[in-house]
Design a binder for this molecule. Structure first.
Ligand SMILES: Cc1ncc(COP(=O)(O)O)c(C=O)c1O
Length: 387
């Protein structure tokens, strides 16, 4: 059977693959230490579940408007204004089936055949594939470990060409955990202003930051930046709502209108009663987030200490999100082989760095228990000694 080459040429998500393999091994009775999952191991707060359950009981079981239910879009507008200093009208907000879907819409809407998309690496593994699906060419802007994985305006200029059209920014970043300062972000975004690029700012980890660091919205850095930026956010990470599949994009009206049209022919509106849960997430008590971040802080300290105690490991200390990206190149094994052997021999699941544009690294998620980190790192250290 003939298949579409745009799809057959892209790679499946390595993180979802590792996760599926680890789950299958666990189901077969293996004692897996899982560091693969990009999702908080917390349950969604009760008040959010209760709001969705109430909506369901009240018959909120019909199609939602494609844009999202008005009460949720209003809550998102208020959130973006209060927390991020961004002024959007409710019609400039499109609710989708997860931030991943919001991003997918945006890549399709913004990229033309042959356009180039600048993606700072290490990057979230879906960006390049989404660009390819849209017919565009992803271009890595390489963040070096010695610079703490951060890129500079000069790096952007070097990577740019006449065909550059979109710049993707993701701070706090999956997989490196870096968080850019407002000045650093403004300097990067200024290059986009100067060159007339559109910015996609993926802010799904904005609330998961450490040591007093603050994450800022790119669009809020200047009116010129605001006018060319689409802000993407969601509920998965901040409110432990990964399975609810709700995210959103807010930005210039023509972009949102185009994404709306696209979505109207693909998935239509997101799940109606789930959206009522999202309203409760934004408008209800927020203490849950601080508790979750406190737990991540403790796990981060433990994982970082155990990892950096291993001779030959180099690791940037993450300031946001819940991932660590140690460089394991000194062991002389390609990242995907390293990961495979680690899983086979020690039943420790991590994700190979190749798919994040970080071929020297492996990615750990520390959205797992301290016990898993302790046990997993004992196994990991033993594995590394055996190489
Ligand atoms: C950087 C980044 N953006 C977007 C997403 C997608 O999140 P959602 O669950 O809202 O689709 C993820 C999920 O892992 C992510 O890491």
């Amino acid at each position: 059977m003939v298949l579409n080459e745009r799809i057959t040429s892209i790679a499946p998500s390595a993180s979802l693959e590792v996760e599926a393999r680890a789950k299958a091994m666990a189901a077969a009775g293996e004692q897996i230490c899982g560091f693969g999952a990009g999702e908080p191991d917390f349950d969604t707060p009760e008040h959010i579940k209760a709001a969705a359950a109430k909506a369901l009981a009240n018959g909120q079981t019909k199609y939602s408007p494609t844009l999202g239910i008005p009460v949720l879009r209003k809550a998102i507008v208020t959130k973006l204004q209060r927390e991020n200093g961004l002024e959007y009208a409710p019609g400039q907000v499109l609710v989708s089936n997860g931030a991943k879907h919001s991003l997918f819409n945006l890549f399709l809407v913004l990229c033309r055949e042959g356009d180039e998309v600048l993606i700072p690496s290490p990057y979230w593994l879906s960006y390049p594939e989404m660009a390819r699906i849209a017919g565009a060419k992803p271009v890595d802007v390489i963040g070096k470990v010695e610079n703490g994985y951060k890129i500079s305006p000069a790096d952007l200029r070097r990577a740019a060409s006449k065909r550059t059209r979109v710049l993707v920014l993701n701070s706090p970043c999956n997989p490196s955990g870096i968080v850019y300062t407002p000045d650093e972000l403004a300097a990067l975004a200024e290059v986009a202003v100067e060159r007339n690029w559109t910015i996609i700012s993926d802010e799904v980890y904005e609330k998961i930051v450490y040591d007093g660091v603050k994450s800022v919205s790119v669009a809020g850095l200047s009116p010129e930046i605001f006018s060319r930026t689409i802000t993407v956010n969601g509920f998965s990470k901040s409110y432990a709502m990964t399975g609810w599949r709700l995210g959103y994009a807010a930005g210039p009206q023509p972009v949102i209108n185009a994404a709306l049209t696209l979505q109207s022919h693909s998935t239509s509106g997101a799940n109606t009663f789930a959206q009522y849960g999202a309203v409760a997430a934004l408008e209800g008590p927020q203490e849950f987030i601080a508790r979750m971040v406190a737990a991540f802080t403790e796990r981060r300290a433990c994982l970082y200490e155990r990892l950096t105690a291993i001779p030959g490991i180099r690791c940037v200390r993450p300031m946001g999100a819940f991932y660590m990206l140690p460089d394991v190149s000194s062991f002389g094994v390609p990242s995907h082989v390293f990961v495979q052997r680690l899983l086979e021999r020690e039943k420790v699941a991590v994700v190979p760095g190749e798919s994040f544009g970080a071929p020297n690294c492996v990615r750990f998620s520390y959205a797992c228990s301290l016990k898993t980190i302790e046990e997993g790192m004992t196994r990991f250290a033993r594995f590394v000694r055996s190489l």
